[in-house]
Each structure stands twice: as C-alpha cells, then as structure tokens.
Design a protein around this ligand. Structure first.
Ligand SMILES: NC(=O)c1ccc[n+]([C@@H]2O[C@H](COP(=O)([O-])OP(=O)(O)OC[C@H]3O[C@@H](n4cnc5c(N)ncnc54)[C@H](OP(=O)(O)O)[C@@H]3O)[C@@H](O)[C@H]2O)c1
Length: 225
C-alpha cells in the first residue's frame, strides 16, 4: 500500500496502524498534491507499483465569500481539488487499463451539485470531480477498471469539526463513508453515502428548482467558519 500525505508524523502513524492490522507492506511518502511537478513526482513514486485501488481524498476547503479570500487560497483549491485528482487518475489509470483491472475513487460532495455560497470555489471543484469521475467510469469500464465518485454529505473529520459548530443532518463517521464508498466500486459512477444524504440529493437535485436548492444550501453553509 502506498500512502501519500503532507504531514510525515500523521502519515507514519497511519502506516503503522495499517501494517499492524492488515499485515501488508506499506510505503508512506510525503507529498503535497499542490506541488507543481505532481505529474512527474507521482509517476516516480508509483513506477514500481501495480496500484489496484487508488483513492484521491485530499481537499482544500476554505470558507468565506469569494471577495474576502486571497486569490492564492482560491487557486490552491483548483490545484488540490481539480488538478490533483486529474493528474492522479491520468497517472494511475494507464497501468490499470494495461492489466485489465483496477479501481479509482474520487471524493466529491453534495456541495458539488449546485452553487454553494461561502464555499463556492470548493463546491465548483467538487462538481469537477463528479463530472470527471462519471466520464472516466464510462471510459474505463470497458477496460475492467471501476471508477466511483463519493458524493458525501457532512463527515465527522478534523476539517468538518473545525468549520462547523454542530453536526448537520445526516452527518456520518469517516469510516462509514469509506466503507460505503469502497463497497460501491463496481456499481458507479456515483455513490451518496447515507440515506438522509440520498434523500437530500434527490430533493435538491430532482424536485426543487435550482435557485431554491442554492438558497437551501446557503442556509447550511452560513454558519461555517
Ligand atoms: N468532512 C466533510 O463534511 C466532507 C463532506 C463532503 C466531502 N468531503 C470530502 O472528503 C474528503 C476528506 O475531507 P475531510 O473532511 O477529511 O477534510 P479535512 O479534514 O479538511 O482534511 C483534508 C485532508 O486533505 C489534506 N490536504 C489538504 N491539502 C493538501 C495538499 N496540498 N496535499 C496533500 N494533502 C492535502 C489534508 O492534509 P493536512 O492534514 O496536511 O492538512 C487533510 O488530510 C475531501 O475530499 C472532502 O472534499 C468531506
């Protein structure tokens, strides 16, 4: 298993946990997904591996009105949440195609289905992941490679705990989202973990006019900090 993240301390701790519980070989590499040389760096880090399942989870999610956010912070959203998964899929898919099997998971969000005030750039980046993943699901399935996009609602993670004062309806633990998402590999293109979130997706996406869906989403993001 290859683990990539920015912070060596956490990376090594997770690697140790996986080694102890799964008895698999784990390699941990420090990698900032926003690095400009990501295509060649990722190629080098995975050159000797036959990656079976690849999960792109990293995200940058600044909160606040666009006019109040520094441009570099907004461009970082594009680097980590758009350029990152694109490079990731483009780097890892060819070997999976050659082998005739594999799986790719892209993390998205219910925020990616309509405009989401105060996290507008983040939401737009998650829309990119939904559409990219859907296209790749169709392109790669004939080569035996499964693609699934996880359009999660709120998840109890360090980032969510920092941004939200209380759990939104339908908030799930990260392990539930991970398990549901991996179970959905093979029945993509998209999975929405949690019944409350599936209902929200149906009502916001299929029943309500888009403007109303944006208004409702604005209510759920107005208290984020
Ligand atoms: N939490 C939710 O409510 C929620 C809802 C829907 C979808 N999601 C999606 O679920 C995924 C995980 O979210 P989360 O809540 O766990 O987010 P989080 O708590 O904010 O953590 C984000 C993770 O991404 C990493 N990251 C950020 N920038 C990076 C970079 N340049 N290079 C490498 N790693 C980077 C962070 O690493 P550091 O620790 O080094 O900062 C951190 O581990 C994301 O794709 C997010 O969009 C989350």
């Amino acid at each position: 298993m290859l683990l990539l993240a920015r912070r060596a301390v956490h990376l090594e701790a997770v690697a140790e946990r996986v080694r102890a519980s799964a008895k698999v070989e784990v390699r941990a590499e420090v990698c900032d997904m926003a690095r400009t040389d990501l295509p060649s760096a990722l190629q080098a880090m995975t050159a000797d591996l036959d990656v079976g399942v690849a999960v792109y989870n990293a995200a940058h999610a600044p909160v606040g009105d666009l006019v109040n956010r520094p441009i570099d912070d907004l461009l970082r959203v594009v680097d980590v949440n758009v350029r990152g998964p694109l490079v990731f899929a483009r780097t890892l898919a060819p070997k999976m195609v050659a082998r005739g099997r594999g799986g790719i998971v892209l993390m998205s969000s219910l925020a990616g289905y309509q405009g989401a005030p105060r996290i507008a750039t983040y939401a737009a980046s998650k829309a990119f992941n939904i559409v990219l993943g859907e296209g790749l699901w169709h392109e790669l399935r004939t080569h035996g490679v499964d693609v699934v996009v996880s359009s999660a609602g709120a998840i109890r993670t360090p980032g969510y705990a920092k941004a939200a004062t209380k759990d939104a309806p339908g908030t799930l633990d990260a392990d539930v989202v991970a398990e549901t998402t991996l179970d959905a590999l093979g029945s993509g293109p998209v999975v929405v973990p949690g019944s409350v979130n599936r209902l929200a997706r149906f009502v916001l996406g299929r029943i309500l006019p888009r403007r109303t869906a944006i208004d409702i989403f604005a209510r759920s993001t107005k208290d984020l900090s």
